[in-house]
Design a protein around this ligand. Structure first.
Ligand code: ADP
Ligand code: AMP
Length: 212
């Protein structure tokens, strides 16, 4: 572990279970979950995300590297991240990974582990399209695998519509052809099977963190 905490990255296609697992791991380890997707959606909700970026997200494309790098630079420097953090959905490109290394190095820090959650395409599609999020608490539900309680005020993300999910999965596949080998070369990457119950996947993640 590098100085002052545990620094983790979760990589995986949309619907792989990153957010679900990140929440559980962060609760267990007492570190913040930092999701660039959540930060961008919060900026959109507050009316602070430029229209071209709102459009980019709605179409399933990536927002420019410099936008997410700036968000991560500030958020990882906050007081609650001094003892570590889990990045969920960042980095997604090699330039983002390089920028992350540089900003951590400037603080005498480095990443400890990169966990890639692997799930086959048909299951990913079902997971993302039937995902629903509680508007109030942010809790992630699934209409088939984790049904929401009656009366919950739910959001269906605009980028979880079928066509957009297909684009997002292709965007992910294109970018991981470079990002995963990048982390593999650094000896940081652990590829884990993301199929199974939430509890089974959590056990694999905890096992990987213990043994790597
Ligand atoms: P990601 O953050 O990788 O896009 P989420 O954690 O939001 O993925 O999970 C996508 C959907 O799949 C959610 O509706 C979630 O409830 C569901 N889900 C997550 N993990 C599992 C699992 N192991 N088995 C079944 N459904 C799952
Ligand atoms: P997510 O919640 O991780 O599925 O991200 C939702 C959307 O936010 C993505 O489809 C992108 O448009 C944008 N986004 C989130 N993280 C990044 C990132 N690291 N780089 C570029 N775009 C991102």
């Amino acid at each position: 572990m590098s100085s002052g905490g545990l620094r983790l990255v979760f990589v995986g296609p949309p619907g792989a279970g990153k957010g679900t697992q990140a929440k559980l791991i962060c609760e267990k380890w007492g570190i913040p979950q930092i999701s660039t997707g959540d930060m961008l959606r919060a900026a959109k909700k507050a009316g602070k995300l430029p229209a071209d970026l709102v459009e980019k997200m709605a179409q399933g494309g990536l927002v420019p590297d410099e936008v997410v790098i700036a968000l991560i630079d500030e958020r990882t420097n906050a007081e609650d991240a001094k003892r570590g953090f889990l990045l969920d959905g960042f980095p997604r490109t090699v330039p983002q990974a390089d920028a992350l290394d540089t900003l951590l190095a400037g603080r005498g820090q480095k990443l400890d582990h990169v966990i890639a959650l692997e799930v086959p395409g048909d299951l990913l599609f079902e997971r993302a399209v039937l995902r629903r999020t509680d508007k109030l608490t942010g809790q992630i539900y699934h209409l088939k695998y984790k049904p929401p309680p009656a009366g919950a005020d739910l959001e269906h993300r605009p980028d979880d519509q079928e066509d957009v999910v297909k684009t997002r999965i292709s965007t992910y596949e294109a970018m991981t052809s470079e990002l995963l080998p990048h982390y593999e070369k650094k000896g940081l990457l652990r590829r884990l099977n993301g199929v199974g119950t939430v509890e089974e996947v959590t056990a694999r993640v905890l096992g990987a963190l213990k043994t790597s």
